[in-house]
Design a protein around this ligand. Structure first.
Ligand code: FE2
Ligand code: FE2
Length: 421
């Protein structure tokens, strides 16, 4: 995985930020601008690989690392990019000083999408060369086969909110198109299907749920697709786990648990081995999806700043779908029970509250009439959905008191219940 934030990529980002600021102060032909552009182009050449920058909500993702936009060396440039409707850019290592300066000038005028040679702005188009039109979607899973599987899996949530299913459908449709272009990814996904059908179905569900969640969190279409694709591949490492271990009826022995817990590393290695054409988020998501926001999961590796937001988005969908499924060793949990587990993981610090809130919000799990248990021990019924935070609805407690859970002293929701109190 790529180390970001340190030399030489960190150097390039810092130089690009300085070039941006210099360009705002001086006209294009100015000597200081030219010198700053030259320095930036040299730093880029030293890095020697494309630099991929994407904006997700209030975070910027450079290669495999997310950081807050506030205080970032590129904060000003990112504001210009957003104003241009541009949320992702790939800068090739051979981009010249002149092209960099020209692009920043265009960005300041709202024209960031018209990237000069070497700069591809507007979409996360970091995929390998597309299949030629003659070849068609070689080996791509057929949309017709994917859609019914996902629709069935999401039927329970769909009854809560039709738009959720519609979005999932759009995401899976878009995904089938991406798989047609990324023929390299077909094989591990196919291997996984042959190896263990449950894991394949689970991957499809997590893909659709993660895509819906990413979109609810404000990611634009191309980043949603990348996260959904990462979610589809999150468990490809289970191909390296024997079927007997995957489907063992009962708690795993310590040895088997260790084998099972190796799947994130196996998956990341399989995706990394495919080379630079595979989007860098994919191995990151595969490696980190069980790490947990507080680092208490596995692999147990302390990461400054914690796992990537995309990994934690996928983790919400992963936990939810795993609980909703019947396994050889246990029955399926209900939507309410699975959401209660999400709330518990949030309270424990394993999942991000913002992600879980968006998940419950987009599927309207906490819509009017939903019964909940609160942290003060009372049960309550939701009167009005929480907006913008789904975890903070207006409720009527069992004693008749109406409580606005968005108020600072208000209790929290600790359990989603099946029936009204
Ligand atoms: Fe997993
Ligand atoms: Fe999973």
């Amino acid at each position: 995985m790529t180390a970001v934030g340190i030399d030489p990529l960190g150097r390039f980002l810092s130089d690009l930020g300085a070039l941006y600021r210099t360009r705002r102060l001086y006209p294009g032909g100015n000597e200081q601008v030219q010198r700053a552009a030259q320095r930036t182009a040299e730093a880029l050449a030293r890095w020697g690989a494309p630099v991929r920058i994407a904006v997700l909500g209030d975070e910027v993702v450079v290669e495999d690392r997310a950081e807050a936009i506030a205080g970032h060396p590129l904060a000003g440039l990112l504001a210009d990019l957003r104003a241009s409707g541009c949320e992702s850019v790939a800068i090739r290592p051979e981009t010249t000083a002149e092209a960099l300066a020209r692009w920043l000038e265009a960005a300041a005028r709202g024209g960031a999408l018209e990237g000069p040679p070497g700069i591809e702005a507007g979409g996360l188009s970091f995929r390998g060369p597309s299949a030629s039109p003659d070849e068609g979607p070689k080996g791509a899973p057929d949309q017709g086969a994917l859609l019914p599987a996902v629709e069935e899996a999401l039927a329970d949530l769909a009854s809560e909110r039709k738009e959720g299913l519609q979005r999932a459908r759009e995401i899976v449709s878009a995904l089938a198109g991406h798989l047609a272009a990324e023929t390299d990814l077909i094989q591990p996904i196919r291997d996984l299907k042959d190896h263990d059908d449950y894991t394949f179905t689970h991957a499809l569900n997590v893909c659709a749920l993660s895509g819906v969640l990413a979109r609810a969190l404000g990611a634009r279409a191309e980043l949603v697709d990348s996260i959904a694709l990462g979610a589809l591949c999150h468990d490809v490492g289970k191909y390296d786990v024997p079927r007997e271990v995957l489907n063992f009826e009962g708690p795993l022995s310590p040895d088997d648990r260790q084998v099972m817990n190796g799947h994130p590393a196996h998956g990341a290695r399989r995706l990394v081995d495919m080379g630079k054409e595979v989007h860098p988020l994919l191995p990151v998501i595969a490696y980190q999806h069980h790490m947990a926001a507080d680092g208490s999961g596995y692999p147990r590796i302390p990461l400054p700043g914690g796992p990537h937001p995309a990994s934690l988005i996928v983790a919400v969908a992963d936990v939810f779908d795993a609980l909703r499924t019947v396994r050889p060793y246990r029955g399926a949990r209900t939507v309410a029970q699975a959401c209660t587990v999400l709330l518990g993981d949030t309270a424990a610090g394993r999942l991000h509250r913002r992600h879980v809130s968006a998940f419950l919000g987009v599927f309207r799990v906490l819509g009017p009439g939903r019964a909940v248990a609160m942290s003060d021990g009372r049960r309550a019924a939701v009167l009005r959905e929480g907006r913008p935070d789904a975890l903070e609805p207006l409720v009527e407690a069992e004693d008749g008191q109406v409580v606005d859970l968005s108020l600072s002293a208000a209790p929290g929701i600790v359990e989603v219940l099946e029936a009204p109190p």
